[in-house]
Design a protein around this ligand. Structure first.
Ligand code: ZN
Ligand code: ZN
Length: 372
């Protein structure tokens, strides 16, 4: 149990584009409804690089980290189960929702789209290090999960490395691929992008019974890893020197009778991937824009193609509690089939700056800070 004198280190973003600092804060005792978790693994995702560069409006200073796995250190009064109703106790390995929706607004109550809530608290993003309980990000020795937080006990046999390997990309893909665009048995699916979101989307396309999953991405090292762990049936390297037209021809040749993919999943975050992806979809096909989490600007789109092809174009924004639960439920099968732990590159918590540099370079798939 935490005592009032115990402290935790946290990786703090104080100034955009400056090195992150390691700072300490007291670990509070868990109040009613709250949970103190000893963080073991803090995932780094592309969003963190954007946060570091000041591309999103966030309060600083902030302890970064919206992906985490840890061990329950102290349960506050009234907290007895996880989201699925499973009893939890101190010492259990858990994950948690990075966000707490307000539960009162139009989006939360009327639309039941809690991901669209405009007053969400998000750990590692909008919870200031200057404000109690301070420990509100996963790149730390401990995190204070406020009342209203959602916790998920890890399934037996799933390691923390496996659970953190896809990070927020896992539940993001559950939401977009399974709930929004709905990949069907026998579909031919193109996945644009081979980062964590692309790989997670491809994994769930496989699980949905896709006849063929075509991964279009890069750099070559990421595609090689995807191939090695069995993600995707066909792979195209966008950096291999071929033109967009040449690539499109080859991709279409991989679809039934060359008519295009039933579903195209955009997981790149690069605006120009969208018009290119429209060309890969068949008539009456479905296109999901899943990767554009930061505003990277505009791109010319010919809307005629949407009408002419009768395309259905979808968007999907982050994920809610049920998506995260589905992700947790699929972790044993994901781990068994795709060697998830191979996506992870571990770093000591104190090496957060090096991990961020490696993430920005695209040389590693999923850098993970190891705290305890
Ligand atoms: Zn993320
Ligand atoms: Zn709300």
């Amino acid at each position: 149990m935490a005592s009032m004198t115990e402290t935790a280190r946290g990786v703090v973003l104080r100034s955009f584009n400056e090195p992150l600092s390691i700072e300490e804060a007291e670990i509070p005792n868990a109040g009613p409804g709250a949970v103190v978790v000893k963080v073991t693994h803090g995932g780094i995702c592309g969003t963190d690089v954007h946060l570091h560069h000041g591309n999103l409006p966030i309060p600083i200073p902030v302890i970064l980290g919206h992906e985490g796995i840890g061990v329950i250190q102290q349960l506050g009064e009234g907290v007895t189960t996880d989201f699925a109703g499973t009893l939890i106790k101190e010492g259990d390995a858990v994950a948690w929702m990075s966000s707490i929706p307000c539960g009162h607004c139009y989006w939360c109550v009327i639309e039941h789209e809690r991901t669209l809530c405009e007053s969400r608290k998000v750990y590692g993003i909008n919870q200031s290090f200057d404000v109690w309980p301070k420990l509100s990000g996963s790149w730390a020795d401990a995190i204070y999960l406020q009342p209203g937080s959602t916790i998920f006990k890890l399934p037996d046999g799933v390691t923390p490395e496996q659970a953190i390997a896809l990070g927020c990309a896992g539940p993001t893909a559950v939401h977009g691929v399974l709930d929004i665009v709905k990949v069907n048995v026998g579909d031919t699916v193109v996945v644009q992008g081979s980062g964590p979101v692309g790989l997670a989307a491809a994994m769930y396309a496989h699980f949905s019974g896709a006849a063929k999953v075509i991964v279009v991405g890069g750099p070559a090292s990421r595609l090689a890893l995807a191939k090695e762990i069995g993600v995707g049936d066909v792979h195209f390297d966008i950096f291999d020197g071929s033109t967009v037209e040449e690539r499109l021809k080859l991709i279409l040749a991989e679809t039934p009778n060359g008519r295009g993919a039933d579903v195209v999943l955009e997981c790149t975050g690069v605006p120009k991937a969208v018009p290119e992806g429209f060309e890969m979809a068949r008539k009456n096909g479905r296109y999901l824009v899943l990767g554009q989490y930061t505003d990277r600007g505009e791109v010319p789109i010919n809307p005629h193609i949407i009408t002419k092809k009768q395309l259905s174009v979808y968007g999907s924004w982050t994920f809610g509690e049920p998506h995260y639960q589905k992700y947790i439920n699929t972790l044993p099968k994901l781990s068994e089939r795709f060697q998830l732990e191979r996506l992870v590159t571990p770093y000591p918590l104190a090496d957060a700056n090096r991990a961020m540099t490696d993430m920005a370079s695209g040389n590693v798939m999923k850098p993970v800070l190891i705290a305890n």
